[in-house]
Design a protein around this ligand. Structure first.
Ligand code: HEC
Length: 444
């Protein structure tokens, strides 16, 4: 017995040594390419590249720091609570290999690394040529007024025929000012000239809740001659950090032949210097028709006050809010997106079935406003009719929260007001009506 144990011990040690000897850039490059280069490349999403040895080695201490602290790759969900198809996190082995290589001095080694991957799109995290790019017509100037700026922006399109979409990616032009964007793809009547009329209008935060379909459709001349109203076919959003939205074969949405992509709520952060933004969408067509159209639902917490005065008090480091929603039909979930602002510290969502089984959905142990996500499940998750979806959010409005916009802390409006400096809780779901076998469909 002892001999076997010894043999295993020696065996492990020898392979450990062999592995150590071989650790050089050529061995590490595939991991870095897979887990870092989608953002860290020329014209990528991150501010610097990690595409070659020199770029990496000059930042080796910094890289060691961000990997040790799980700051990079940016992934804030607890993968032990629920696994996700779009997880960017390093596996345990990948993390220890990178750290070992860095600790040993990040040697280049004698082996030549394989050639660089070619990347297609500026700012995109997808390594595939988009079939269609829908861009703002001209850069929008964000004025140097140090206040939030909101616009509603119309991007018209006309295609040869209706097309099915399997992936859509919003690429912010200027990440230092784009706060968030929620957008809709809208089909219009044949007689509407989508290219005529204005491109955008600006509005104040106070009127945000009053932005109405009717007003916007009229403003952009989207109503047909005999009064035919535009029809929303898809609704989604972008928040700092979110990755591309992609769907499995046969699922997605139909992009109408003619219509507009309306960035309904395009929010720019306050800036003390004038900035320009030219954001765009990369759209990827699917070869198969999308027979099932993705649904979008956003839930708010129940507001216990009627007067619009719900505050997170200054120095309250544990303010809690809840969402409870009952499902009346069987539903298949594809993505889940928790949302709070900068006072957020914790978020968790799960469903409880009528038989009292708990279905874990997402947990964010340490909320980070800069890295939000539409977390995509590995397979669709069935929520049976009669289940209740629960979400809990915690907020820290004390000085201990480094992201607190106020020093010293002050009372902050909750769920009223839409500014950067107010707070909110949202839970967004992308879903389909359940069909038999959905829980076996892997999401890309
Ligand atoms: C989804 C895109 C994305 C991925 C994947 C990614 N990064 Fe980053 N990284 C960023 C962005 C954006 C920044 C700058 C903003 C920030 O620091 O949050 C950044 C910043 C950094 C920084 C500087 C940190 C600082 O505080 O300024 C380092 C070092 C870094 N990344 C290393 C890595 C490494 C190593 C990997 C892979 C193991 C990786 N990143 C994966 C987007 C990414």
């Amino acid at each position: 017995m002892r001999k076997i144990v010894l043999a295993i011990y020696i065996g492990l040690n020898i392979s450990g040594l062999a592995q150590q000897k071989e650790l050089n850039y050529a061995k590490l490059k595939p991991i870095i390419e897979k887990k870092c280069v989608s953002c860290h490349r020329e014209n990528g999403y991150a501010p610097f590249g990690l595409e070659n040895y020199n770029e990496i080695v000059k930042r080796k201490d910094f890289i060691k720091y961000v990997i040790t602290n799980d700051y990079m790759p940016p992934w804030r969900a607890n993968n032990n609570y629920r696994h996700f198809a779009n997880s960017k996190a390093l596996s345990k082995e990948e993390k220890s290999l990178i750290l070992q290589w860095l600790n040993e001095g990040a040697r280049i080694g004698p082996e030549k690394p394989t050639s660089n991957k070619k990347w297609y799109n500026e700012g995109s995290q997808v390594n595939q040529k988009p079939d269609l790019i829908l861009s703002m017509k001209a850069p929008f100037t964000v004025p140097a007024i140090n206040q939030n700026v909101y616009i509603c922006y119309k991007i018209p399109f006309e295609l040869k025929h209706d097309t099915f979409i399997k992936a859509i990616e919003f690429v912010p032009g200027n990440k230092s000012v784009v706060h968030h964007a929620s957008y809709q793809i809208i089909e219009v009547a044949d007689d509407v000239d989508v290219f005529s009329g204005p491109d955008f209008f600006q509005y104040d935060a106070d009127t945000l809740n009053r932005v109405k379909d009717d007003h916007d459709y009229k403003y952009f001349n989207l109503i047909g001659k005999n009064g035919k109203m535009p029809k929303e076919v898809y609704h989604n959003g972008w928040l700092p950090g979110t990755s591309v939205q992609t769907y499995p074969s046969g699922i997605g949405f139909k992009m109408p032949k003619k219509g507009v992509l309306l960035i309904r709520n395009f929010h720019y952060s306050p800036t003390p210097i004038e900035q320009q933004d030219l954001s765009k969408f990369y759209i990827f067509f699917s070869s198969k028709p999308a027979i099932r159209n993705i649904g979008f639902a956003a839930f708010k917490p129940n507001n216990p006050t009627k007067d619009g005065k719900w505050y997170i008090k200054a120095n309250d480091s544990n303010f809690a809010a809840h969402i409870n929603v009952k499902f009346h039909n069987d539903v298949s979930l594809l993505n889940i997106n928790p949302h709070m602002h900068k006072l957020g510290k914790y978020f968790k969502a799960y469903a409880v079935t009528s038989k009292n089984d708990t279905i874990p959905l997402v947990e964010i142990p340490k909320w980070d406003f800069n890295w939000q996500e539409f977390y995509r499940f590995e397979k669709m998750i069935k929520i049976p009719a009669g289940s209740v979806l629960h979400a809990e959010a915690l907020y820290d409005n004390s000085a201990k929260n480094a992201a607190n916009p106020y020093s010293p802390p002050k009372d902050v409006l909750f769920e009223w007001g839409m500014n950067d400096d107010s707070e909110m809780m949202r839970l967004v779901l992308l879903f389909l009506p359940y069909e038999m076998g959905d829980e076996k469909i892997a999401l890309p």
